[in-house]
Design a protein. Structure first.
Length: 61
């Protein structure tokens, strides 16, 4: 099991820059944080199908 921080909102994920929609700095930082947590948890990249179960606690501290 991996415990991840709650993701940023879609409105904060995308930004418009010079007429193009790009991933925000905040989103890049979140993705790096999640990748680091996954790596430290021993996760490996997998090219096949996977199955996951997610429990969200949006108001947790």
């Amino acid at each position: 099991m991996i415990l991840l921080p709650y993701p940023i909102s879609t409105n904060r994920y995308w930004r418009t820059f010079r007429g193009m929609t790009v991933v925000s700095k905040e989103a890049k930082a979140y993705k790096e944080q999640v990748a680091q947590i996954a790596q430290l948890s021993g996760c490996i990249k997998h090219n096949g199908d996977v199955s996951i179960a997610i429990t969200l606690y949006p108001n947790a501290p």
